[in-house]
Design a protein around this ligand. Sequence first.
Ligand code: SER
Length: 585
Amino acid sequence: MKAIEIRNKYLNFFKKHNHKIIPSAPLIPENDPSVLFTTAGMQPLVPYLLGEKHPEGKRLADYQKCLRTVDIEEVGDNRHLTYFEMLGNWSLGDYFKEESIQMSFDFLTKELQIPVEKLSVTCFAGDKDCEKDEVSANVWKKVGIPEDHIYYYGKEDNWWIAGEEGPCGPDTEIFYDTGKPACSDNCQPSCDCGKYVEIWNNVFMEFFKEKDGTYRKLEQKNVDTGLGLERMAMLLQGKETPFDTELFKPVMDKLEELQKVDDIQSRRIVAEHLRSSMMIISDGGRPSNIDRGYVLRRLIRRMIRHLNKLQIDLSELTNLIKLDIETLKEMYKELEQNQETIISVILEEKEKFVKTLITGEREFEKEVTKLKKENKKQIEGKIVFKLYDTYGFPPEVTKELAEENGMTIDKKEFDELFKKHQEKSRQGSEQKFKGGLADQNEKTISYHTATHLLHQALRQVLGEHVKQCGSNITEERLRFDFTHPQKMTKEELQKVEDLVNEQIKRDLKVTCEEMSYEDAKKSGAIGLFTDKYGDRVKVYTIGDFSKEICGGPHVTHTGDMGTFKIKKEESSSSGVRRIKAVLIK
Ligand code: SER
């Protein structure tokens, strides 16, 4: 069964069970500085797991584009991916363990026709924070999982939380037996030998973990499930790796045809990083030296290096991108829509890297020769950092070069230098994911409302052609990208600033209404008007000044927001301007 068929079956199944199908949120979370990329389906839903009412109701399902970079160095083996698609269904204070397990079981055994004997499940063993999950185990028995296929584990295996604090709870995980021989008499789902593969995680989110490590019960009992699409496709197709499925096969085959040096790991790295880079770019990411941009830069540069290792001419890149878009466009039509941008961003980054690649490799070789003479086997962190800083070598590239020479790198020292060098970088902060919008404080909420005022003010001063193309908020400032063909004049900037401050002074009331997307459009509400909205949306109105489709949260009235000041107006990309502004209290 092809991945897209699994996705469609999944969404249809949950639709039949009264779930509303919501669109995938973008890979790059909007207005959420606490996280780099969307790493799980639940992430955009955190406010609703914590009790906010979702406009589409209490039963939701979707496919969610996700990216996890913690395992970036592992990509190249037979299973790790950075980008993946997660199918998920949620109960926001509606059904709980019994119905959730029953639906998962029915979907797997009836819709996907997986034989029951292939399935094993794990449940939470219980500890001081939460009791043993016998309820789930009993439901599993009732639906037909034999007792000796039910295992209990502690928090390390059967408890799910994104990061250190936030909504969480015990989970029950479903494993697929690949039929490989057991690695020992004690081989079981928690074992890493490859016999058992986790296919679905049902989290019973009824707790909130506080900063101090304590747990409190949430007001509502939620269900959050996640099923990895690539893995499911691989298993159902009887393939050994996701790279053998239709999602990667065309590019993998093409690489094999083009290569002059045979290296399966390099082919996987190229195929994987190409797909991830395309998905990030398509959702608005651009390479840079910090945060998300840095992740994208590393993905593209590592891909280039492995194309070089395969001795594939880099002029093939455009065709490889086109081939990959052709392969994936049925699942992600945005790739086709953004084809030109994807090609130009990747090629531009390739040009930048290629310029320094040869000199960087020479520098690397000089170092290695020196170290070999001294009989040393580890490359100092400061050399790794120099290669990064001067030649743009991502550390994993240097690490691979080192390994090819039988050496290691001092990653710890590199990390320290890297951190010092860019205080601002939040690389890896997706691990520290704290709870999305629900975690916003007074400052970020004010900036969010200020963004709406700015958006409307720009439309009044410059014209209706102004459309939001990006927004980013921290506790210190807002950043807003919008379409406008030329630099704004001083007078225009002043007018916009004044207009926003006027609305703040008027102490306008901010109200929120739920309505259908069609009604929202008819009511004149502005928004991104892409396909990312569901059927029902929230519309925030600020007095008589602004009406915009948005998930919130916002201030209740504008009076206490402070004074709005535009700090900078600059070009962001062609036809797109960027404003940075602050609120001074
Ligand atoms: N949040 C859980 C996970 O990521 C289930 O969706 O596994």
